[in-house]
Design a protein around this ligand. Structure first.
Ligand code: UT7
Length: 324
């Protein structure tokens, strides 16, 4: 019988560099209160957002991904030719063909790269990070540019106060490559498909979510998944220096942090709060939060970070990583 050769890759992987991109236009809560029945106090109290960035006509999922991706490659001290695969997690491209990854690869300058898009909504980046790490370990990729990029304002009704106050536009990227020491832990992922109706896009146009139901699910079910990611990586809650949950709502972020602290996480664990000035940017939120926190000096090279994404599907994925 013919026996096929199997590829073999690196023993371990790590994050080599991070980058992010946001549109220039800032929209404050007061700006929104002029076009819908909402106000600054309600949004700050219930969601934690003070302002968000909104794409201009020239900003697209692809253009933001290209900027974030190029920054991540430069931050890794690499050039585009050092990367051979591009993954773009997204759920907001308005047409499925051509996929974003092939366009991003070409524009970043990663000639002939393997590339595909991946949609697990707001959990997409952690899914893509896990896929990239496993591809490098299996030998199907050398170095992978992993991006989460979203133009949510294309799929949000601009006067729907249940979504327009939350969602915003951005991209975040990481380069994943081989490493002597493990820098990306095993992924804890899954779906709650029985709850699929909680976040949908009726009529293929605008996002609809049962806000309270999603809120309850996220505040009760996500911390145990985060604990599972720690267990898979052989890491204690007290080892976690930085917690970066998907930036869906600051109250959800704080609820997850509280549950982890009850389970042994430290009081001085740094908790991402990038939503305050960036809004909810779906698959871009986790890499962008890490990038911003590094720039602010709140996250340092070698820190143990716990990432946990969750959203439509309902899908979730989390892993422990070592910050580059
Ligand atoms: O990223 C993907 C995953 N998505 C999420 O994780 C989202 C999870 N859900 C949430 O973050 C929250 O449920 C929302 C931010 C969407 C909504 O917050 P909430 O605290 O659940 O508000 P609610 O829908 O229960 O509404 C509470 C009150 C209502 O008034 P009454 O009936 O109590 O008088 C609403 O009419 O607040 C009112 N309200 C608003 N008021 C001012 C709802 N939206 C607004 C608003 N501005 N934008």
């Amino acid at each position: 019988m013919t026996r096929l050769r199997q590829s073999q890759g690196a023993a371990a992987t790590r994050i080599l560099g991070i980058g992010s991109s946001q549109p220039e236009r800032v929209v404050t809560n007061d700006d929104l209160s002029k076009i819908m029945d909402t106000n600054d106090e309600w949004i700050r109290d219930r969601v934690g957002i003070t302002e968000r960035r909104v794409a201009g006509p020239k900003d697209t999922v692809v253009s933001m991904a290209v900027e974030a991706g190029a920054k991540a490659i430069a931050a890794a001290g690499l050039t585009p030719s050092d990367v051979d695969t591009v993954l773009v997690a997204n759920c907001t491209t308005t047409v499925p063909i051509p996929n974003a990854a092939a366009q991003v690869a070409e524009l970043v300058g990663v000639k002939g790269a393997g590339g595909f898009d991946l949609n697990a909504a707001c959990a997409g980046f952690c899914y893509a990070l896990a896929a990239a790490s496993d591809m490098v370990r299996a030998g199907s990729a050398g170095r992978v540019l992993v991006i989460g990029s979203e133009k949510l304002t294309d799929v949000v009704d601009p006067v729907d106060r249940s979504t327009a106050i939350i969602f915003a536009d951005a991209a975040g990227a990481m380069v994943v490559g081989p490493s002597d020491e493990p820098g990306i832990g095993p992924v804890a992922w899954g779906t709650a498909g029985d709850l699929v109706e909680m976040i949908t896009m009726p009529n293929d146009r605008y996002i609809f979510q049962e806000g309270q139901s999603v809120f309850r699910w996220a505040t009760t079910k996500i911390a145990p998944i985060a604990m599972r990611a720690l267990e898979l990586a052989g890491v204690q809650p007290s080892d976690v220096d930085v917690l970066i949950p998907h930036q869906a709502n600051l109250r959800i972020v704080e609820a997850i942090a509280k549950r982890l602290r009850k389970n042994g996480a430290r009081e001085d664990m740094v908790v991402a709060d990038d939503i305050v000035t960036s809004g909810n940017t779906s698959s871009a939120s986790i890499p962008m939060a890490m990038d911003h926190m590094r720039a602010e000096g709140r996250v340092h090279s070698g820190d143990v970070a716990l990432l946990i994404g969750f959203g439509a599907g309902l899908s979730y994925a989390g892993q422990v990583v070592i910050c580059p």
